[in-house]
Ligand binder design. Structure first.
Ligand SMILES: NC(=O)c1ccc[n+]([C@@H]2O[C@H](COP(=O)([O-])OP(=O)(O)OC[C@H]3O[C@@H](n4cnc5c(N)ncnc54)[C@H](O)[C@@H]3O)[C@@H](O)[C@H]2O)c1
Ligand SMILES: O=c1ccn([C@@H]2O[C@H](COP(=O)(O)OP(=O)(O)O[C@H]3O[C@H](CO)[C@@H](O)[C@H](O)[C@H]3O)[C@@H](O)[C@H]2O)c(=O)[nH]1
Length: 432
């Protein structure tokens, strides 16, 4: 099938590449000329495991192409995916200016029937707005489909190629059957394509993300309570997670959830509630607890150094908001670095993939190391913000040899308590 994808960020590029992988002819459109030129030259602009192999293969086969022209995109695809940003607006709502701006242009450019598929995360009622924005400029027939994306960064390719479910919301039988044909190769194992109305599809996405964010937040509160009463959250986590009704996943406490989705999506659902005279009390708490959670290690670091970090060198392991990505949107590491700099610390960081993005943001405010051990050179303490696998079993002897003092503040509970206490002079983690 002929498909166009408008917006080639984490979602759009994975969508375009993975759709090409099953034989579709895909044209990706982005307004970022530098990015498009990079992609035309065969460079993947983001770090996402396994994406490079598929990207290269499909470009070679001429099934995957890139342009800055929306007009070309509209001409090429019978299915037009919108994978555009929906960032947090000042009042917490999702800013729809990218989606509605492109919808407006589509109305001016559309010449024959298209299925316009919204893959971005949007509030209930957005499909209606997209339809209105398109039809105000045209009489050509089209359908709008809500097809929220559930991929996780770091596992995006696998999540797209082997989805647990695909949600498609539309009131058009024609559009639904086109979507089912497109997605059939991805659900051969029997996982469902769940069809529903557009509004329910739009809400499914926010409900799923908010539920997962709530699960993490609940666990963060249990972790904080564990510290008050001398319990160990790791033991509690395993004790409760083995109940299949609760499940083992998304129960890991830490220094708060981040990323480009949970923070903004929870706030957007909360704001949608307000706009519709519904007070999402649970989401109020989730937002509040999460913003406190990211501050939880800071007083401990400050108090360890008597509230004065001047002349202290802090090493930071992990900058990305989670492992296996270079994405630093709403990464807890950025908050921590900012606070430590305010107290006068000098910081040397290491992250396997996210350092260029942080360097672009922070410039020379901090230093970057070539590997995890070099970051520890003369450090007074180590702060762990992201649970990259390579940090899990370090050579502690080597660490002690590099650091001025073997002090670790661990925001991700990477180490076994009994073992680590024999290895370092001070260790502080979450809820243990
Ligand atoms: N990142 C994720 O893991 C993820 C997962 C599921 C859903 N989502 C949702 O998908 C949407 C996109 O997220 P993302 O992380 O891929 O965003 P992103 O910021 O990584 O990418 C968006 C892309 O759109 C491009 N763009 C902006 N305006 C444009 C225009 N007028 N025409 C063409 N291109 C334009 C930008 O240049 C950028 O390349 C959001 O609604 C997000 O909430 C994201
Ligand atoms: O037990 C856990 C699991 C996750 N996190 C944190 O939660 C955030 C989000 O993690 P994750 O969900 O793995 O990453 P994302 O790539 O942001 O994916 C979420 O957001 C996407 C965008 O909407 C959705 O498509 C995915 O289904 C949804 O999992 C990160 O800061 C993690 O550190 C925890 O603190 N504890």
């Amino acid at each position: 099938m002929k498909v166009s994808v408008i917006g080639t960020g984490y979602v759009g590029l994975v969508t375009g590449t993975c759709l090409a992988e099953t034989g579709n002819e895909v044209l990706c459109v982005d307004i970022d000329e530098v990015k498009v030129e990079k992609m035309q030259n065969g460079v993947v602009p983001i770090y996402e495991p396994h994406l490079d192999v598929l990207f290269e293969r499909n470009i070679k086969a001429k099934r995957l192409k890139f342009t800055t022209s929306l007009e070309e995109g509209l001409e090429h695809g019978e299915i037009i995916f919108l994978a555009l940003p929906t960032p947090e607006d000042e009042d917490g709502s999702a800013d729809l200016k990218y989606i509605l701006g492109v919808a407006d242009d589509i109305g001016k450019l559309i010449k024959d029937y298209k299925v316009i598929v919204d893959k971005s995360t949007v509030p209930v009622g957005t499909s209606e707005k997209v339809k209105a924005a398109i039809s105000k400029n045209t009489d050509v027939e089209f359908d709008v489909v809500s097809n929220p994306e559930f991929l996780r960064e770091g596992f995006a390719v696998d999540d797209f190629l082997k989805p647990e479910r695909i949600v498609v919301g539309s009131d058009s039988k024609k559009a639904l059957s086109i979507m089912e044909k497109l997605y059939k190769p991805y659900v051969r194992s029997g996982n469902p394509i769940i069809t529903m109305d557009e509004k329910s599809a739009e809400l499914t996405k926010y409900a799923a993300n908010s539920f997962l964010a709530t699960k993490i937040t609940f666990m963060n509160e249990i972790a904080n309570f564990c510290e008050k009463v001398g319990a160990d959250v790791d033991k509690v986590r395993i004790g409760m997670g083995t109940d299949s009704r609760i499940g083992k996943r998304f129960l890991f406490p830490g220094i708060g959830y981040g990323g480009s989705c949970f923070p903004k999506d929870v706030k957007a659902l909360h704001k949608s509630g307000k706009d519709n005279n519904y007070d999402f009390k649970i989401l109020d708490s989730v937002i509040e607890v999460n913003s406190k959670q990211k501050t939880i290690l800071m007083p401990r670091i400050a108090s360890y150094f008597n509230n004065d970090l001047r002349g202290k060198k802090i090493a930071v392991w992990g900058l990305a908001f989670k492992p296996e990505t270079d994405d630093i949107r709403e990464a807890p590491s950025l908050y921590m670095i900012d606070e430590m700099l305010k107290l006068g610390a000098s910081i040397t960081a290491f992250d396997p993939e996210a350092m260029p993005n942080v360097q672009r943001k922070l410039g020379s405010k901090i230093s970057f190391a070539n590997d995890m051990y070099s970051a520890l050179e003369d450090a007074d303490a180590l702060l762990i913000c992201t649970e990259w696998s390579i940090f899990r079993t370090p050579n502690f002897e080597k660490m002690r040899g590099k650091m001025k003092s073997s002090v670790i503040f661990d925001g991700r509970n990477l180490y076994d308590l009994e073992e680590i206490n024999n290895e370092v002079q001070f260790y502080s983690s979450i809820g243990r």
